[in-house]
Design a protein around this ligand. Structure first.
Ligand code: ASP
Length: 303
């Protein structure tokens, strides 16, 4: 185990969410239990609390769901969704921006294009940092909501066959979710072209790899699709990987398969599949709201 991972595991996730490495199975069960409750009963335990959303990269779902989660719980949000309009454009460092926001906020939700940004922010911050995506590293709160979606769609996680398809190299949601799934008794299958295969550090014994969805669609319980992370691929490499999920794939898929995508989609799933009851990607967003509410309640000391 490398030293960064070992150090992270020792940091309680209520203090800072840096990586999925910090979560145990009982932690996840607790968070999902709170999410189930918050989905049906509203309380406002975070009145008087404030989070800062500090986003150095574009976001729709993550920033707005944290915003919605916090306000539904009675709290407030400082939204810095476009850092170009903040002092970042004057050359302010990440460290100084974090030290500024900790004066006003009880936690900072940070998305940044550098892999080491969350660690840097954590090392100077006196308030919890929540990793909302660090470059091509991780996206832990997305992985928790992906896992919660699997649980809600199938009623269980153990025993499932999960296929992940797309950019497995630069896709941070895949990195976090694959690690989290290893806490459970699941079979993982990966579909990607050679250039975008899952990095070694995220692989496990028993995983199988393919280059064509046709080979695995029929035995898949959860199909998790991601876009190619063009903005992270160095140089202009042209990857010949046509991996749209088609109605023909869906015809061969199980009746209870669930189709997930962290979004945005850019051609991997056509809108014509949206009416298929197995398409779970919009429900996934809603589940994400409940999971982020549960995390905020646990971290910010709500009743
Ligand atoms: N929204 C996800 C992320 O921020 C997935 C993506 O952008 O493809 O990583």
């Amino acid at each position: 185990m490398d030293t960064i991972v070992a150090r992270r595991i020792k940091i309680p996730w209520r203090r800072a969410v840096l990586s999925v490495d910090q979560f145990s199975k009982p932690d996840i069960t607790d968070i999902f239990g709170t999410a189930d409750r918050l989905a049906v009963s509203r309380t406002m335990p975070l009145g008087g609390k404030t989070i800062a959303n500090l986003f150095y990269e574009p976001s729709t779902r993550t920033s707005s769901s944290f915003y919605a989660a916090m306000t539904k719980l009675g709290g407030n949000v400082i939204p810095i969704n476009e850092v170009n309009y903040s002092s970042v454009s004057k050359g302010e460092t990440l460290e100084d921006t974090v030290r500024t926001l900790e004066c006003y906020a009880d936690a900072i939700v940070l998305r940044h294009y550098d892999d080491d940004a969350t660690e840097r922010a954590f090392s100077v911050s006196s308030v919890p940092i929540i990793n909302a995506g660090n470059g091509a590293g991780e996206h832990p709160t997305q992985a928790l909501l992906d896992l919660y979606t699997i649980q809600r769609e199938h009623g269980r996680i153990d025993g499932l066959t999960i296929t992940m398809m797309g950019d497995l190299k630069y896709g941070r949601t895949v990195h976090s979710l694959s690690k989290l799934l290893r806490l459970y008794d699941v079979k993982l299958q990966f579909v990607a072209p050679d250039e975008l295969r899952l990095p070694q550090e995220y692989r496990g014994d028993g995983d199988t790899e393919y280059s064509d969805l046709d080979d695995v669609i029929a035995n898949t319980d959860i199909l998790y699709v991601t876009r190619v992370q063009k903005e992270r691929i160095p140089g202009a490499i042209d990857i010949d990987f046509n991996y749209a999920v088609t109605p023909e794939h869906m015809a061969r898929a199980r009746d209870d398969m669930a189709l997930l995508h962290p979004m945005p989609r850019v051609g991997e799933i056509s809108a014509s599949l949206d009416s298929d009851p197995r398409s779970a990607y919009f429900r996934q967003m809603r589940y994400g709201l409940y999971v982020r509410m549960a995390l905020l309640v646990a971290m910010l000391g709500g009743a």
